[in-house]
Structure formats: structure tokens, C-alpha cells
Write a protein that binds this ligand. Structure first.
Ligand SMILES: *Cc1c(COP(=O)(O)O)cnc(C)c1O
Length: 391
């Protein structure tokens, strides 16, 4: 493995040097436990509070509505399990609606609840990966208590109409709690919880140039939610466990960057690189099909199917040439199962294995993309020769 050009920002991002600089003191001299009463503890607590304030500012919520977790996976689990538990548990047969292209961190908790008695609707998406608001309205039942729709998909980058759904739910008499996984969206889309009309929202630090192992869940005041982890009562009782002070500081610094005007400049640059790839790949490679939406797409996501070859083989060949890409989600790369996202888009099983995800970030350059555009057609051509692909 000798990848040198990183084109897999949807899996994880490098830490921004500024973020790292802010974190380092909390791994060295300021190692205090944020629950301690002495000076060390108070300084750690002040750092955690500052980070909480930064997340709150980014989301336009109150600081006491932000809860730090050990990952976005944990935050998603907490949103789903915690709310259902607070509303009486799965045995009360609550109805939950999620999209069929949720991240596994939402999908799997819902499958568990389904086994335990909850009713779960997996809302279909169209061939671009879009949820239909009218379908969602039709799926609502008297016992619907919770809806979770991913803001922007991690595999194909499709952006969902979260604000529109939020508005629909607000107009209903009976309260239905609304969660969104905004992990991939945070770098690129407006995450104002008032505009989105959500009750819960998930963030991950390592997808926004922060460290791994830190997430956050926004929980609107008044939302019924029970903890999943019990202990010393940290995070106002919702998530026990000594705070990962340096990690939280890193998330705070990363979110401050994400909310700064510089981000706009990065988005424009990343979008240009994406559009270059989307425009040129089909011209350079026959039978290259873009997966997902052209318009409602994250500025950093490119996902193509190359019929006749295995995405895994393509990934390895590209790695040999110095490019780090992915076949879909990093989570499903350990098994050879088809991506549930591509299948939900109506892509046949056979074809779904030929997909490649190229996800960009602020450190990518035009030169890197040009080099990639030289190498990709060669590699695809060679693999198609081996597989005997002919259209
Ligand atoms: C990466 C990712 C997660 C999981 O985040 P972790 O912090 O790695 O647990 C959840 N949802 C989406 C959409 C993701 O891309």
C-alpha cells in the first residue's frame, strides 16, 4: 500500500494543523479531569465548555443542548435507543421511520428495536437517492414517534430535504421527534437546527478535520431521552464517562473552522474539483455511470460505477498507483455484501460491486485531480481487459 493522494475524505479527514495545535496542551500540561474541583479540573472544564459553546454556535442551539459522545455512531445510537426508551420502549410498539439509505449507525439500532417489537418503516428513495416528502407523509401513523433521515449520504452524497420534512412535522398536532445524521453535511451544508426543524442532530469530529473518537448529539430541550451509558452522570446525566477533553477541544476547534467564512472558499474549490471529475470521467472512460444526484449532491462526493470490474480490484490497483479511494462506505469494506445504499437506488446487485467513491476535501489540489484523471482510465482499461469486458 503506497497511497499518496488522499481521495477518501468521507471515510475520515486528516486533522487540521490548527485543530491539533489547540488540542496539544490538553494532552500535556492541562491533563485535568473536567469533573475535578481543583485548578486542573477547572481549566479542563473551561475548555470543554468553550468547545460546547462553539458547537452550539454552529448549530444555533443552546450550549446545554449539546452532548459530547465517543463517536457519531454512539450519538446516533443514543438518539434512536434513548428516545424510544424514554417513550416506553420497543414493547410499546412505537413506529419509527428512517430512510433506506441511513448510515449503519442508524440502521442497525432500528433493526434491533424492530426485533424487540417496534414497527420500523424503511422509506424508499428514488434512483438519485432522494426521499420523497409526500411518501414520508403517507408513511406517518398514529403511533409514529421518531423519524431519522440522514442529511447527506456518505456513499453517494445525496442531500435530503431536511428543512422541508421539519416543516411538515411542525405542522402536525401530535409531536413526532425528528433526528438527522449530519456527519457528512457539517462541512458543506447549513446546520442551523432552527432552519432544519430537527429535535436531534449528530456530528462527528473526524469527518470535519478533527480527531477520531469524538461525536456530539444535539438534543432539543424537552425531547424525551434516556441514557445508554450509566455511571458518574457526566454530560448532565445523558452520557457518563470522563470527558475526552483533548478530543472535545479538537471537535470545538474543527467546528469553529467549519463555521468560518474560509469554509465557503474551500467549498467552492472542492466543488470545482468534483465537477471536473464528474464531467471528465465519462468522457475518458466508456460505460462510466454516475451514482446519485447531479444537483442535490455534496460538493465533495463523486461515485461512479464502472461496469465489468470489481470496485475492490479497482481500489487496490489505484492504491498501487498512489491514490486512496473507497468502494462505498469504509464500514462495509470488510465484507463483500452489496451496499444497501446502491441497492436502494435501484442499482442491480451485480453492478453495485463495480462502484468507486472518490470523496474530496480541502487539502486536495487541481494537480492531484489531473493526475488521477490520467491514471484512472488506464487502470479501468487494464482491469476490463483482464475481465474480458465488452459492451
Ligand atoms: C462516519 C459516519 C458516521 C460514524 O461516525 P463515527 O464518529 O466514525 O462513529 C455516522 N454517520 C455518517 C453519515 C458517517 O459518515
Amino acid at each position: 500500500m503506497n497511497s499518496k493522494v488522499y481521495l477518501d475524505y468521507a471515510s475520515t479527514t486528516p486533522i487540521d494543523p490548527k485543530v491539533l495545535r489547540d488540542m496539544v496542551p490538553y494532552l500535556r500540561k492541562e491533563f485535568g479531569n473536567a469533573s475535578s474541583v481543583h485548578g486542573y479540573g477547572q481549566r479542563a472544564l473551561a475548555a470543554v465548555d468553550q468547545a460546547r459553546g462553539r458547537v452550539a454556535e454552529f448549530l444555533n442551539c443552546r450550549a446545554d443542548e449539546v452532548f459530547f459522545t465517543g463517536s457519531a455512531t454512539e450519538a446516533d445510537n443514543l438518539a434512536i435507543f434513548g428516545t424510544v426508551k424514554a417513550l416506553g420502549g420497543p414493547q410499546k410498539k412505537p413506529h419509527i421511520i428512517i430512510s433506506s439509505i441511513e448510515h449503519h449507525a442508524v440502521l442497525e439500532p432500528c433493526r434491533v428495536l424492530q426485533k424487540e417489537g417496534a414497527e420500523v418503516t424503511f422509506l424508499p428513495v428514488d434512483k438519485e437517492g432522494l426521499v420523497s416528502v409526500s411518501n414520508l407523509k403517507k408513511a406517518l401513523k398514529d403511533n409514529t414517534v421518531l423519524i431519522s433521515i440522514i442529511y447527506a449520504n456518505n456513499e453517494v452524497g445525496t442531500i435530503q430535504p431536511i428543512a422541508e420534512i421539519g416543516k411538515v412535522l411542525k405542522e402536525r398536532k401530535k409531536k413526532i421527534y425528528f433526528h438527522t445524521d449530519a456527519v457528512q453535511a457539517a462541512n458543506y451544508l447549513n446546520c442551523d437546527i432552527e432552519k432544519l426543524g430537527v429535535d436531534m442532530l449528530t456530528l462527528s469530529s473526524h469527518k470535519i478535520y478533527g480527531p477520531k473518537g469524538v461525536g456530539a448529539l444535539f438534543v432539543k430541550k424537552g425531547t424525551p431521552i434516556e441514557p445508554m451509558i450509566y455511571g458518574g452522570g457526566h454530560e448532565r446525566g445523558l452520557r457518563s464517562g470522563t470527558e475526552n477533553v483533548a478530543g472535545i477541544v479538537g471537535l470545538g476547534a474543527a467546528i469553529k473552522e467549519a463555521g468560518s467564512p474560509k469554509t465557503e472558499v474551500n467549498i467552492v474549490k472542492v466543488r470545482q474539483l468534483r465537477d471536473k471529475l464528474i464531467k471528465k470521467i465519462p468522457k475518458l472512460i466508456p460505460d462510466a455511470e454516475l451514482n446519485g444526484s447531479l444537483e442535490k449532491r455534496l460538493p465533495n462526493n463523486v461515485n461512479f460505477g464502472f461496469e465489468g470490474i470489481e470496485g475492490e480490484a479497482l481500489l487496490m490497483a489505484l492504491d498501487q498507483k498512489g491514490f486512496a479511494v473507497s468502494t462505498g462506505s469504509a464500514c462495509s469494506s470488510h465484507n463483500l455484501e452489496s451496499s444497501h445504499v446502491l441497492l436502494a437506488l435501484g442499482i442491480p446487485e451485480e453492478k453495485s460491486h463495480s462502484s468507486l467513491r472518490i470523496s474530496l476535501g480541502k487539502f486536495n489540489t487541481d494537480k492531484e485531480i489531473d493526475r488521477f484523471l490520467k491514471v484512472l482510465p488506464q487502470v479501468v482499461g487494464r482491469l476490463r481487459e483482464i475481465s474480458g469486458y465488452k459492451k
